[in-house]
Design a protein around this ligand. Structure first.
Ligand code: SF4
Length: 390
């Protein structure tokens, strides 16, 4: 993989509260001293790693809430990466930012340090919904955060929102989308609510305390949003993501194109062709391991060529441009059709997939039933795939 571009994910697990739908690896109630200790561990982990020789294309601080941490601590991590690797303005550097956790001084400090993209978790533009989701901010915080970000010079802002919430009407969803568009963001991520096992949301649903909107209503919300965003110049380029031309997320594209990424932090996952591995999840155990000079890696899996082909296909199909057949062939030495003839033909017959000799794409129906397509690819029996060893 020498010469191939790669990305770096940095996990910052701290949050003020746990949102009702969230099952991410986070830590609540950590002190500033913990933040200092953790960011020192990130730097120590970075210096203990061998890095790929190709160009670093992106750095993504995700969480958790990276923006909770004092700016000098995150900037310290960026400086360490710069010292280790060298950074120029072509590297996309994103910080996930929650409203109410930043002010103009913090944002300006990030900007000076080379941060050139913010991903702001707005989620909804009604205080009622934010409260019910146990978000640690209100609508005014969203407005103030976007305004401060623009003042600090950020010209690449992404906003996240969720649809299909319990209690959410179509009118409220449209209001959320319109108000987010008023900020003139360069990028929007619109996620359908997923119910994750063990979350407060899942428990409330199980005991009938809340009810989700039906599938048709949720599909209408997604369709309306796509039209509104397209009319505003934000084009869909992945199932949940929209961008102005040239503002597509470099980091996410690395994931969707199954390109290499390394990762720092508790529970963070990394990938190089043929191998995926992850760090110990618990934040304190992660810090102890790194401080003791031990490797924080907690597990790994070797990926067979068959598994990589499946992943390449599924992740690629999430993108509007779909899977480029020549890239697939270059990487795996055969066409997708030669490898997955049966399942691809059956998905095409069901009207979920479109393909020719150059590319494969989900149809609009395939996008609505993306989980069905994913399942079909995952379940495609290995023995039926031409010339593969599993
Ligand atoms: S802020 Fe994000 S990471 Fe933290 S609890 Fe909420 S959804 Fe999870």
């Amino acid at each position: 993989m020498s010469g191939q571009r790669w990305g770096l994910y940095v996990h910052v697990p701290f949050c003020r509260t746990r949102c009702t739908y969230c099952d991410f690896n986070i830590a609540i109630g950590m002190t500033e001293a913990d933040h200092v200790r953790y960011t020192h561990a990130l730097i120590a982990e970075l210096f203990g790693k061998s890095l790929p020789s190709g160009p670093l294309a992106s750095i993504f601080f995700g969480g958790g809430t990276p923006s909770l941490v004092a700016s000098e601590l995150l900037v310290g991590v960026i400086d360490a990466i710069r010292e280790r690797r060298g950074l120029d303005e072509t590297v996309e550097i994103t910080i996930e930012t929650n409203p109410g956790t930043v002010d103009e001084a913090k944002l300006a400090h990030w900007r000076q340090a080379g941060v050139n993209r913010l991903s702001i978790g707005a989620q909804a533009m009604q205080d009622d919904h934010l409260r019910r989701l146990n978000r640690a901010h209100d609508v005014q915080d969203i407005v103030d955060t976007v305004r401060s970000a623009r003042m600090a010079g950020f010209s690449n802002i992404s906003l996240d929102a969720i649809y299909g919430l319990p209690w959410q009407t179509e009118r409220e969803w449209r209001e959320t989308v319109r108000r987010l568009l008023d900020f003139q963001p360069e990028h929007l991520s619109l996620y359908q609510l997923m119910i994750e096992e063990g979350t407060p949301m899942a428990k409330r649903l199980a005991r009938g305390a809340v009810r989700l909107p039906d599938d048709d209503r949720v599909a209408d919300m997604a369709d309306w949003a796509e039209q509104a965003l397209s009319a505003a110049g934000l084009m869909p380029y992945e199932i949940s993501n929209y961008a102005r031309t040239g503002r597509e997320s470099v980091h996410n594209q690395l994931y969707w194109q199954l390109e290499p990424y390394l990762a720092l932090g508790a529970g963070a996952h990394a990938y190089l062709p043929g191998r995926r591995w992850w760090n110990v999840r618990n934040v304190r155990r992660y810090m102890e391991r790194v401080e003791a000079g031990s490797d924080p890696v907690d597990g790994e899996e070797q990926l067979s060529q068959a598994e990589e082909m499946r992943e390449f296909l599924w992740l690629g199909l999430r993108q509007r441009c779909g899977v480029d057949v020549s890239r697939f062939r270059e990487r795996f030495g055969k066409s997708p059709e030669a490898a997955f003839a049966e399942v691809l033909r059956s998905l095409r017959q069901s009207g979920l997939l479109w393909f020719d000799d150059h590319s494969l794409r989900l149809t609009p129906r395939g996008r609505d039933l993306a989980s069905v397509v994913a399942r079909a690819l995952v379940d495609a029996p290995l023995r039926h795939q031409v010339g593969l060893s599993s």
